[in-house]
Every structure is written in structure tokens, then in C-alpha cells.
Design a binder for this molecule. Sequence first.
Ligand SMILES: Nc1nc2c(c(=O)[nH]1)N[C@H]1C(S)=C(S)[C@@H](COP(=O)(O)OP(=O)(O)OC[C@H]3O[C@@H](n4cnc5c(=O)[nH]c(N)nc54)[C@H](O)[C@@H]3O)O[C@H]1N2
Ligand SMILES: Nc1nc2c(c(=O)[nH]1)N[C@H]1C(S)=C(S)[C@@H](COP(=O)(O)OP(=O)(O)OC[C@H]3O[C@@H](n4cnc5c(=O)[nH]c(N)nc54)[C@H](O)[C@@H]3O)O[C@H]1N2
Ligand code: SF4
Ligand SMILES: [Mo]
Length: 756
Amino acid sequence: MRTEKTACILCSRNCGLEVEIEDRKFTKIRGDQDHPMTHGYICQKAARLDYYQNNQDRLTHPLKKQADGSFAKVSWDDALKDIAQRLIAIREQHGGDAFATAGGGGQGNHLTGAYLSQIRKAMKSHNQYNSLAQEKTGDFWVNGRLFGSQTCHTTEDVELSDFVIFLGCNPFQSHGIPNARDTLKEIRKDPNRTMVVIDPRRTETAKQADVHLQLKPGTDAYLLSAILAIIVQEELHDQSFLEAHCTGFDQVKEMLLSVPVEEYVKIADVPLDDVEAVARGYAKADAGCLRVDLGIQHTFNSTLNSYFEKLLFLITGNFAKKGANNLHSYLIPILNHTDERNPKYKRSAYHKMFPVSGIFPPNILPDEILLAGDKRIRSMFVDSCNPLLTWPDTPALSKAFESLELLVVIDVTMTETARMADYVLPAASQFEKWEFTGFNLEFPRNAFHLRHPLLEPLGETLPEAEIYTRLLEEMGELPKDFPILSKVAKHEPEFSSHIGYMAGLAALLTRNKKLAHYAVSILYRTLGPTLKDDAAAASLLLPLAITFAQKYPDAVRRAGHQGNKLTLGVNLFKEILNGRSGVIFSEHKFEEIWSMIRHQDKRIHLEIPEMLDAWKALESTTPTNEHFPFILAAGERRSYNANQIYRDPAWRKVDRDGAMRMHPDDAVALNLEKGDTALCASEHGELQVVIDIDDSVRRGVVTMPHGYGSRYDESAPNGPALNQLTHSTHCDPLIKTPFHKCVPVNIQKLNTEIRT
Ligand SMILES: Nc1nc2c(c(=O)[nH]1)N[C@H]1C(S)=C(S)[C@@H](COP(=O)(O)OP(=O)(O)OC[C@H]3O[C@@H](n4cnc5c(=O)[nH]c(N)nc54)[C@H](O)[C@@H]3O)O[C@H]1N2
Ligand SMILES: Nc1nc2c(c(=O)[nH]1)N[C@H]1C(S)=C(S)[C@@H](COP(=O)(O)OP(=O)(O)OC[C@H]3O[C@@H](n4cnc5c(=O)[nH]c(N)nc54)[C@H](O)[C@@H]3O)O[C@H]1N2
Ligand code: SF4
Ligand SMILES: [Mo]
């Protein structure tokens, strides 16, 4: 038995863990007190982490689909050779955009994305599809316009705020903020702090709030414009902040002065007094803070909602200060800036859709495969993602994947998507290799946790770094060795801080521009073998740490790292490599935020013409009708779901069926009781569900959990496979993020069992 440090990989918080290991099993799991952000905090989900590691669906060797549909074991060499040849043939016959990738990292593994992106480069493809573009790209697009770059991402200082609004998020279950349950408890206990929740359900978070605005689903755009209007009509906006830091407020103000507040509040179906109290309280707070998530992003007007949300903290000056919303810096550059007004960013072939932050939305994918004719996507790599369950419109996506000439899935387990693949390549699990997350989105202090392997890779599994590097070599894109650079790396004395190596690498990439696309794999093959504890896959952190330290030397020094211009970044790299609980890498000052704004005038541009047009065109619609009278929130976060990361249903302590929550009055009207089975049908598909009676939901609204529906060990689906009900066209017209929280459905009782 031994004890090791690592982190939980089930949500973006990646809480630090201490695990006891016996015979490849995690026998005890507790929070790591030494983790610089989470300080020992964990939630109930982490305790059952071993199911991720050890389950029947774990892959152990490469598999190739046979003519009869079954899989046969193949060697890595044969698999990679054949895949390489087929990729080259597709690129030569149809051009690079016949290839696309899906995924590239889940909640805890972003190292793989850096290696996967090189395959897109090798294929000359722009087609990056990722789950972020079915939730957050509306937010990123708005950031691009407001701050000048889609990489300007906002974060929230909830812990130090005195007036927090949780808008369309349920941090008690979904986390998303540091040490969520402790943080919520502290706000609740403190009479000088206010918590507001805006959510159609009386969630676990709402139950702790001072004010809960239980709005009608999908009406956030009305409620938010009413709140903004009250603030401006009562002159509670921060004029001096707006004058000092923003442009375009006049156009926004003009719109706000004409908002019919009472009418809009009525549409949202919440008490006007409460709305006014929230507007006034937030505008007058010393440090108001807004935290949002899927509740506004997965519903009607999602991009406009993101715009309103940001206007709210900007017009009240709740920005760039303690306890408010802020920008942050990145050690791992997970987002790009791809402004659609710049023709250099290619659009998709069929929908002519533009990427946001470099990413295309899953909602257009079925059509880009099935309907784009000669320009269609013919081949895909899917890594750390299970689109067949998690992306909208399973029937359409399934048909599309069926038609691909080559589908390769890289995963740790056999998934619904993997079952459709021509090749399934087994990755070592996140506890069998070096890994990290790029979800380090905090300000002013930010931490990074490089996790070391705790176990040997299972069977023939390989880390993605090795899989993709070998594939590039097989494709003839990357020489098998770089003798001079390897020699420099090997013989450079420790005290020289990799200066000779970095100079050698820069010289190589300048001489051979094409190789610059593969810098990550070159680092892996040359610097990698010289790093202790076989940390080769993490060698890309050297240039990233150097770049970060050059950009923010003061923030790195404030975080406790030392060194001169040449050595500061290298020292940061070394501390990251050696730290087992994670390290603080930056400590910013609030005034540094202004230099993070990317507009040349360093101001925030409040006027976004597309959003003002969408605002003018706001039209109150009722999604339900006589055939589909209920609104289904398709994808709720609960105590025992964690995306599709676990496959063995035994991990769930409660809610094994992933029951549908329904208001007691609706249940009576449908003659349903707790535990009954019913048929839930949308216009596009149907699912059998188990009913739970719950008065936390509004009448006419039902909810089902995300993260169910997998066919573990080839068994029947475990709970609702929600995306059988969703459709790819039910999405934001501009950014194409799905309206999962607002799916019109009908519900019919199935069993006729008579109870006594
Ligand atoms: N337990 C658990 N935690 C998770 C995950 C998980 O699968 N399980 N997944 C992780 C991931 S990938 C993500 S993106 C986050 C998501 O985290 P959240 O967004 O916080 O989670 P959800 O429960 O999907 O949705 C949040 C809330 O939106 C509300 N809502 C529904 N419709 C509307 C509406 O029209 N307006 C408003 N204002 N609210 C609405 C719902 O009632 C719900 O309480 O969670 C992360 N954490
Ligand atoms: N209807 C509906 N659909 C939704 C949602 C919803 O609320 N409603 N939520 C959406 C949201 S917000 C998100 S973020 C997505 C999430 O959905 P996905 O992007 O599909 O991500 P995960 O479910 O986390 O899938 C992770 C996959 O990665 C694999 N994996 C784990 N570790 C590794 C590793 O080290 N290497 C490799 N190669 N693979 C690994 C797991 O086995 C699993 O198959 O789902 C979305 N889908
Ligand atoms: S699920 Fe999220 S909040 Fe819970 S322990 Fe894991 S990382 Fe932390
Ligand atoms: Mo997500």
C-alpha cells in the first residue's frame, strides 16, 4: 500500500487528492491539504474515483473493426501504419478539410489536446469540433467583441464578493467555483453578504440563497434586460467607470431606457419587487459578482444572455476589482481568437459557419458530414469525448459517423462512439500518465497542477503523447530522431537552464518552418527523455512557462518564483515538474487587468451591433404546444453524474435510473407516482423514463440528468440517453449552441400497475 498525490478528474475544479493505492486500486481517497487552491476540499463524487480506473469497459489493446462489425486486436505498428496511409490518401484526394477532430480533452486531461492538434496541422485541416462549442462559445464570442479577443475570458471572485448572483448555475452540485459548498456556506452565514439565485428550479444552491428568482425557463434575456434597465433608469450605473474604461455606453443606454420593465418581468414570471431589489442591491454593492453557466448558455437567446450578463457587471463597474468579475492570464493557451470578420478563418463547407476561439459547434457536424457533397468531412479522430451520447441529435450524428470513411477513437474505455469506429486506440488512464488541466481560470492567484503517473499503463495502452507522435512519424511528417537537438538536451549542464536547448530548438524551427507545427512532439522526443521520472510528455511546459514568465514577470515573482529574465520561466517549469500538489504560478494585481484588454484603445467596447439587433428582435415565444406541453431541461447536474467519465453504473450511490423530476401537480394530472415509468417524447425521439416527484421544479417543467445512457459492458442503456431527444437545429442562430434546457416534450404513463 502507498499514498500518492493527484487530483480528481471529474469536473473542471480538479480538486487535489491524496489516494491510497493497493494492487492498482484506489482504496482510500481524501482531499490533499497541500493543494494550493483546494486545501483538502472534495465532494462526494471523488470518493468513487476508482470506477474510472477499474471497469469492464477499459481498453487494453488497439482494436480494428472487421468486415462483420466485430473488433479484432491489432498491433500498434499495424494500426498506426494503416491509419497514417489512409489519412494521407484522404488528404491527397480530398484536401485537408475532409478531416476533423472531436474532443481533445475532458475535465482533467488537456495534455492530449496539444498533441492531437498536430494531427490537424499534418492534415492541413481547420476542423476542430469540441464540447466547448456546445456551451461556452457564445460567451467567448461576446468577449471577443467587448475586450478585443476571444481569449479574454472572464472569471469571478465569488469568495470575496459581498453580493453574488448565481445565474443559471447550481454550484452546490456542479461546482465550477472554488470549493463550492464551503464557499456557499460562508456567504450564507455572513449577514453582510447576499446570495441571489436565478434559476427555474429551487436548486440546492437556491435553497441557501437570500433571494431566489424562479423564472420561467428560457426567459433570461427578458429578466436580464429588465434588471439592466432598472439600473440605468434609476441611474445606478457607474458613470465614472464607464467614462474611464468603456466606449459605446450611449447606444446601450438608449436601448435600456426603452425596455418595458414590468412587461419583461411578467414574461419571466417573477415578482417585480424582488427583481428591483436584486438590481439595486447588485448595483450598489461594494463588490458584486456574477457567476453563470449552462442555465443561460443552453437556452433561448444564449449569446444575447452572455452579452447581458457581461453588461451587468460592466455598467455597474463590478469589474477589475476584488470580489467582482475579472479577466485572467493563461499558462496553457486553451483558446484562440478567430474573429469571423477576418476572412483568413475558414468557414465550414455546408453551414458556412465560422469557428469561435478556433472551435466549430457540434450542432453543425452531422450536416457537414452528410450534406456537404464533395467538401464533406470524410474522416475523424475522436479523443476524450463521447459525441454519440453527449452531442445533440444522436440519430443524425450516428448516421453521419456511419458514413465516414475513417473514424478513429482514442479513449480509455469502449464507448458508444468507439463502437462505431474503424480503429479504437487505447489510451493510458489519467492516473497512468502525466496529465494536467488547462482550466486554470482564476484571478488574481492562479495555480497549475501537473499530475504524475501513479500506476503503470494498463495492458498495451499508451499515453496520447506517444500515440500522436508515432502517428506523425508514420505519416512522414516528423523525422524519427533529431540527433543534434537530442544531444544538446542530454549534455547541457543543469545550471544552464535549458538555454542551449531552447536556442537549438528555435534554430531548427526557423530553418524548417513546417516542423514548427510539431514543436510539441519534437520537445517530447528530444528534451523529453532528459526529464526525470519519465516526464517527457510534459516537456511542452518549458516553452509555455518561459513565455508566461516573459509576459508576466512580476506576477510570477509575486507568486514566489525567482530568477532573472532568462531563468524565471525555467525555474517555474522546474517547480511545476517537481511539485506534487500543484504550484501557484501567478499573482496579479487588479490594475494589470487593463493591460489584458486587447482592443488597441485598451477600452471595453460595449456596443455590439449583432447583439443590439438581436435585442431589438426579441420576441417572446412559447416553446410548448398542445402536442408537446412540457419543457424538458435535458441535462441537469446532480450528486451522481459526471459527464460520461464513469461507465460502470455501480458508481452511483443514488439515482441509478437518472429519474425525471416532475412537479407533484403535474404528476397528479398525468396519474403518475414516484417510481412509475413513462414515455418522454420530443418531436425527434423518445425515451423511457422513471418518474420522481419533486416540488423544486416549476409546474410544466421536467428535468433529466446529463451523463446517463451509456451501454456499459454492452448492456442495456443505463438511464436516459438524453440526446436521442435533442435536435441539431434547436440552437442559437448565431453561435449554434444548443437549447438543451428548453426541449418541448410530452409525457405519457407507461405502466398500468395498480398500487394498494
Ligand atoms: N455533478 C456534476 N457536476 C458537473 C458536471 C456533471 O456532469 N455532474 N458537469 C460539469 C460540466 S461539463 C459543466 S458545463 C458544468 C455545468 O454546471 P451548471 O450549469 O451549474 O449545471 P446544470 O445543472 O446543467 O445547469 C445549471 C442550472 O440551470 C438551470 N436552468 C435551466 N433552465 C434555465 C433557464 O432557462 N434559465 C436559467 N437562469 N437557469 C436555467 C437548471 O435548473 C440548473 O440548476 O457542470 C460541471 N460539473
Ligand atoms: N443533452 C445534453 N447534452 C450534453 C450536456 C447537457 O447538459 N445536456 N452537457 C454537455 C457538456 S456541458 C459537456 S462539457 C459535454 C461533455 O461530454 P464529452 O465532451 O463527450 O466529455 P466527457 O463526457 O467528459 O467524455 C469523456 C470521454 O473521455 C474519456 N477519457 C477519460 N480519460 C481519458 C484520457 O485520459 N484519454 C482519453 N483519450 N480519453 C479519456 C472517457 O472515457 C469518456 O469517454 O456533454 C454535453 N452534452
Ligand atoms: S467532482 Fe469536482 S468538486 Fe468534486 S472532488 Fe472532483 S474535482 Fe472536486
Ligand atoms: Mo461542460
